[in-house]
Design a protein around this ligand. Sequence first.
Ligand code: TPP
Ligand code: MG
Length: 565
Amino acid sequence: MTKETVGMNSEQCFTGSDRRTFLKGAGALAASVVAAESALAQQPHDGQPARGESQTTSQNRNKITTSVHDVTYDLLRRQGLTTVFGNPGSNELPFLKDFPSDFRYFLALHEGVAVGMADGYAQATGKPALINLHSAAGTGNGMGALANAWNSHTPLIVMAGQQTRAMVGVEALLTNVDSTQLPRPLVKWSYEPSTAQDVTLAMSRALHMAALPPSGPVYLSVPYDDWAAEADPRSSALLDRQVHAVGSFDGVSLSRVVDRLNAAKNPALVLGPEVRCPFPTTHPYFRGLLPASIKRISAALSGHDLILVVGAPVFRYHQYEPGAYLPEGAELIAVTSDPQEAARAPVGDAIVGNIHATLQALADKVRRSDRPSPTPQARPAPAEIGPGPLLPEAVFDVIAATAPSDAIYVNESTSTTDFLWRRLPMQEPGSYYFGAAGGLGFGMPAALGVQLAEPSRRVIAVIGDGSANYSVTALWTAARYKIPVVFLILKNGTYGALRWFAEVLKVDAVPALDVPGIDFLSLAKGYGVEGVRAATAEELRQALITALGSQTPTLIEVPTLAEGF
Ligand SMILES: Cc1ncc(C[n+]2csc(CCOP(=O)(O)OP(=O)(O)O)c2C)c(N)n1
Ligand SMILES: [Mg+2]
């Protein structure tokens, strides 16, 4: 150890207050810590570390026996991470040992559910969430869900257990080979501590990394023998660390944006998930959802001379319909927290920075305009109700008329998204969640996470009969922990969106596009959730009223017509 590092250690970690913080936080091991303190007090030395040795090592010699396990829990507690989503295996048991009573663990029966739940929870709380998965296989099962989290910048700490250090080399069963590579490229940072004493620092690093902009998932692989090891007493300095990113404006770029907005004749504002969707859908200025092809987005924005995109990529394309990126004569400015997003945009200028601060600065500085207000969009006429299965439009009409005005919607019904946006009034921030990578299996678990984060609002998960199967075990978790989500399954018997896409691509005779005969009421019953079938608008209204009045989850199966088929 160099002289400098010795000096740094003593300066940063061993002030009296630092060590007290550590000891106070030691919780369950208070007795041994007290013993260690008195041992320290009895030691006949002048308080200075011996030459060539830090005070840490002299303390270690005095047997401070707080474990990596306890001090890491302390760190999690102090950083507000007392909720764990997971599915355990043998590698994870030493972490879960003596699970503190002020923590809660939500057991998911599949890792995709654990990650999806944490995703919903973190998005709704705006804070990082902690997931504990089983080694390589558990991580692999969670990766579809991680794709969604990556795309929505959700701050997640995915921790997986590793084999005990002594057996990683022989690749004993459950060794996570190349652990740090496995979750890439769906994590911002991936790490396996090189010593047990590095675990708490690694966890501290992970939670700050996840939260710092652009926020996103991080991965930590921890050999299971590390938890019982003796902690590095310098971990005390980590417990209350605050790490903030402050965006300072360079006045020139900001005033350029302000000038362009002031000069614009007909600007359009495009908002994405980083501003906690949605813009109130009942607002007279609301123009609806952007389509997903280059040509159609350009057409939808035609007539606007300046497009300000905030908290969304430019743009989120799906089907390939080439064309100009922007309508003739239009300019674009994007505001994002993500340098990658800014750099890969094919058109326009971008500002990388704090979304909230940028919007605040723009709101303060942009002149009030005397442009005429846009004509409000016409509300769609009530959907027709025929004798057969309901049109999805009719389902949304019933929800709109029945659900509370602050209801939260999680959408994973892939062929009905436009209807949802046109027909459901959403006025509060944080009223809409979706799988940002298009990875199915997000909706049901995310609804649970959002409901946990927003206990005073009701979450309605609108789920397609195909999508429901990717994370159907979320029903068990909903029942087990009495999370009162309303799962509304739109049962059209098909992968409707894929049928539509097959038409876009002009491909015929594709096998495996239908999913007939799934009995969601039996599935609900099997997992312990109340299930009800609603075949008419009135039955749906009644079922929704009952479900919304219940303290436990409900699944409502609604036979619907597949659009256009
Ligand atoms: C994990 C995953 N697998 C497959 C797909 C491809 N996919 C996109 S939409 C879709 C159909 C979903 O059907 P359903 O939930 O019934 O909704 P509908 O289109 O009928 O409204 C499928 C399979 C996907 N997006 N994600
Ligand atoms: Mg379907």
